[in-house]
Design a protein around this ligand. Sequence first.
Ligand code: SF4
Ligand code: SF4
Length: 442
Amino acid sequence: MIQIVLFLLVTITVAFIATKRFNRIFRMIMLGKEGTLPNDHSGIRWKNMIMFALGQKKMFEKPISGIFHLFIYVAFLFTQIDLIEIVIDGISGQHRILRPFLSILYPLMINFIEILSVLAFIATIVFLLRRNVLRLDRFQKPELKGWPFRDANLILCGEILLITGIFLMNGADQVLQDRHYGHYINTGNLYMSGMLVSPSLSELSNASLVMIERLGWWLHYLVILGFILYLPFSKHLHIFLAFPQAYFSKLSSRGMMSPMFAIENEVRSMLGQEPTHSETVAVEDFGAKDVFDLDQRVLLSAMTCTECGRCTQLCPANQTGKVLSPRKIVMDVRDRMEDISTMSAKISVERVNSKLQFDDGKSLFDKISAEELYACTSCNACVEACPVLIDPLEIILQMRRYDILVNSSGPAEWLPMFNSLENNQSVWSLSASRTEWLNENI
Ligand code: SF4
Ligand code: SF4
């Protein structure tokens, strides 16, 4: 009875805190431009979600990390069945309540979870080694120093604890089953824990085994609850957000820049043509100064970033020693959202209200320098590389637009290009006749 009360108390408390924390994430995403989570072409969007979030399609572009990541991911998915049983057992005070219902499937399921857990354990050790011993270049960039680096290690250590809990629980349970002790019903052979853990426990008394089984059970459950509370502050939030992120991601071809209808209309009128768009755009709406000016879809993607660094690894600007790192740009957007959320607990779900209510005199430009923005070659390598379909280039282009069109800023070297575009509709100071040489008889 005490255990049931304790279980309910812990579960309800965690559910309450977690709801608040996930609600905060939702409100942060809503800070973006209102109504900018697209919902057209739902068929294609569902397909994207299945391929890129559930199927992890892009992860396998790096096969080794893709496979190890798959071990952890599949183990995570299947452990949820274990979790369902733990919750029902915890509430009802039963033990392995699914065993009679699943019959022969039960040992199959538990053994499958155990095999996946061993693979996930190996993958976790590999990931820890890559970060801390091999020190892969993409995990050593300046933006990963401090908390982001510790965050990755913390969650990997949490995974080890989680798997340890499963094996302590099953290993002790197997010995108790063999002794036909108490309510420890026969699950059939649990091969992995029976081989790896049970032999070292076989000499212990029944009371000690029950204690170890309960310790493993609680450890497993408490680490899961810990993850739920921790995820809203971690890059591992992508476990959940990768699904909506894949669904809402841009459907236009990668590299396609969003048009600026107001400018297009202006150019058409200069050329004596009819405007093609009726939208009227206020000057302050050119580009993005802060997170309020970015689409909610972009803010969702920033919250989904796994900080894997694949984008930065392929960025030509970064490779040539420039300060630009697309991963940092995405992390900066997320940090800014978090700053706003922390500073203004009263931010309304209504984006307009929050924009009006919130002004700390800062913006994204306090985190992302002009040097970073103008180092970008718009090559799209970062967009291609991202396993969760994030588009760091979109953030860079929107901020550049603001800087040039509203701040009248930008690199001095670009001015002749703008003048030339304005006067000759060409960046090369050559008029439309620049292609006349094609007609010459060479
Ligand atoms: S688009 Fe810009 S940020 Fe992305 S890889 Fe190319 S240069 Fe780097
Ligand atoms: S933007 Fe994508 S590729 Fe870059 S660090 Fe984040 S998840 Fe990785």
